[in-house]
Design a protein around this ligand. Structure first.
Ligand code: HEC
Ligand code: HEC
Ligand code: HEC
Ligand code: HEC
Ligand code: HEC
Length: 171
């Protein structure tokens, strides 16, 4: 009697609890950690840089490009420009001549073709439309502000009267 009760009722409840705890803990361990706390807001609002000063290929190639150490070094050399410990980390990379191992956040799967040049130059779209208000970001990216899903691609294409032929995006 007790055994039957356990199997029918208690066991599924325990199983459910285990699954819920697992789900609750999972995103935490999968969170991206960037090697240093890069601050977009300072570089755009205080220093006065534009997106294309660091993401060099947005109107030339498919990929926007993550800046290399060389780009940072045009300003950050041997003398610190701030009292930030994050800049100290940067200067350690510079001293060692080692690229900063940024973790890529936005990425379409291999079966999808996406081009920044097409959208930014030919489509005349602002970065904000797909990446949110980057000029106000004080923390590095750990997840996309707007998820990169097929649904989001199709929605804008429908609104702008651009093709939603499967083969336009899937090769
Ligand atoms: C055109 C010049 C310029 C370039 C290029 C540049 N920076 Fe800076 N950066 C500055 C200046 C100026 C400050 C100090 C701003 C302040 O404190 O008011 C700064 C501050 C910083 C800080 C400390 C501020 C904080 O609180 O986090 C970090 C970290 C940093 N930069 C990282 C980078 C990285 C990484 C790159 C390359 C991807 C880069 N910078 C490229 C000019 C530049
Ligand atoms: C129409 C939407 C859209 C617009 C507009 C857009 N992006 Fe992107 N961005 C994406 C998508 C989708 C990816 C992932 C692409 C991939 O995996 O090849 C991405 C990836 C990136 C990346 C990381 C990978 C890479 O391509 O090097 C950077 C940096 C980036 N975008 C910056 C920008 C900047 C800067 C602008 C404005 C000049 C911009 N994006 C405009 C959708 C957009
Ligand atoms: C001084 C250089 C610099 C400038 C200027 C700059 N960025 Fe970035 N950007 C970076 C660095 C370094 C990273 C990687 C760290 C991070 O995620 O913040 C990055 C990351 C990104 C990413 C995420 C890339 C990925 O892995 O998917 C996007 C999107 C992006 N930037 C958009 C912009 C936009 C839009 C602007 C202009 C409003 C801009 N950036 C201006 C240096 C810069
Ligand atoms: C905010 C609006 C917007 C979003 C989001 C968007 N697109 Fe586009 N896309 C456009 C516009 C506008 C054009 C037309 C550009 C031009 O004039 O060439 C375009 C054109 C294209 C083309 C060329 C189509 C052709 O005529 O052959 C491809 C491929 C494409 N987009 C893929 C994507 C993918 C993949 C995504 C999602 C990851 C995406 N787009 C998200 C607005 C968008
Ligand atoms: C404007 C670009 C675009 C068009 C048009 C498009 N797709 Fe996609 N598709 C994507 C992107 C981006 C992804 C990857 C992100 C995601 O899975 O949401 C994707 C993912 C997929 C996947 C994989 C889903 C998975 O779970 O991995 C399939 C299957 C697919 N598309 C089928 C289609 C078919 C069929 C059509 C035509 C009716 C189509 N797509 C049209 C952009 C597009």
């Amino acid at each position: 009697m007790l055994k039957r009760h356990f199997l029918a009722w208690v066991a599924p409840v325990i199983l459910l609890a285990v699954v819920l705890v697992f789900i609750a803990l999972r995103p935490h361990s999968a969170r991206i950690l960037q090697p240093l706390n890069y601050n977009h807001k300072i570089h755009i609002n205080t220093v006065g840089l534009g997106c294309n000063d660091c993401h060099l290929y947005t109107s030339k190639l498919a990929s926007a490009g993550i800046p290399t150490l060389e780009t940072c070094q045009t300003c950050h050399g041997d003398k610190p420009l701030s009292e930030s410990p994050e800049e100290q980390k940067l200067l350690t990379y510079v001293a060692q001549g080692k690229e900063i191992p940024w973790v890529r956040v936005h990425e379409v799967p291999d079966h999808v073709y996406f081009s920044h040049r097409r959208h930014v130059l030919l489509g005349d779209l602002q970065c904000d439309e797909c990446h949110g208000n980057v000029a106000e970001r004080e923390e590095p990216f750990t997840s996309p502000v707007k998820p990169i899903t097929m649904k989001n691609c199709l929605k804008c294409h429908r609104e702008k009267g651009v093709t939603n032929d499967c083969l336009a995006c899937h090769h």
